[in-house]
Design a protein. Structure first.
Length: 192
């Protein structure tokens, strides 16, 4: 693990998920590790590598290295750090495509139904048109829906194991030893 962490979230739903996990010490990093204590989860404006560099990498961190976790929904998105800072950074891209909607589908036990009857449509369309939910990417909705930590962990892990293709996902940032203890003491969700 690097000495400092910069976690950049593209959208508010991703930010809500990371906040829940960070608040419950479920990640491979903690609030003590973040590069900016006043803004532990960096907003979408830091998706621009030059903004990230000019606002954060020009500071003196006493020679500590920085792990950058960039959580976004496009597999092709690039976060190009200039040559000057590359030795300082270890970069991990966590792709959430179409994770937020799929996490919701999994969490309410609709994944099997979606795969059997509706896999030809996008998860966002399934959630909006079939399940009649339009706010599943809303920050407050995500915070409330996934306030049950075991439900969030189970959904993230199921998504990683069944839906994520070859990308790194939010589940790759979980502290699995702690997550496993939570899951073993909590209920499982029915995904069929």
């Amino acid at each position: 693990m690097s000495d400092l962490v910069a976690c950049i979230c593209e959208g508010s739903a991703e930010k809500a998920i990371i906040e829940i996990l960070l608040d419950n010490n479920m990640l491979i990093f903690t609030y003590d590790d973040v590069i900016d204590k006043t803004m532990p989860i960096l907003s979408g404006r830091y998706r621009c590598a030059t903004t990230f560099e000019s606002e954060l990498l020009t500071k003196d961190y006493g020679g500590k290295s920085i792990a950058v976790y960039y959580i976004h929904d496009k597999a092709t998105e690039n976060f190009k750090i200039s040559r000057k800072y590359r030795k300082l950074i270890r970069y991990t891209s966590c792709v959430t495509r179409p994770e937020v909607e799929m996490l919701y589908i999994i969490s309410i036990g609709e994944y099997g139904e979606y795969k059997r009857k509706y896999s030809n449509i996008k998860p966002s369309s399934y959630v909006k048109n079939i399940l009649k939910k339009s706010n599943v990417k809303d920050y407050l909705f995500v915070k409330k829906h996934f306030s049950n930590l075991a439900l969030l962990l189970e959904s993230l892990i199921y998504y990683k194991n069944h839906c994520s293709n070859a990308y790194s996902t939010i589940a790759d940032l979980l502290n699995m030893s702690i997550a496993t203890k939570i899951l073993n003491s909590g209920g499982k969700i029915n995904v069929n």
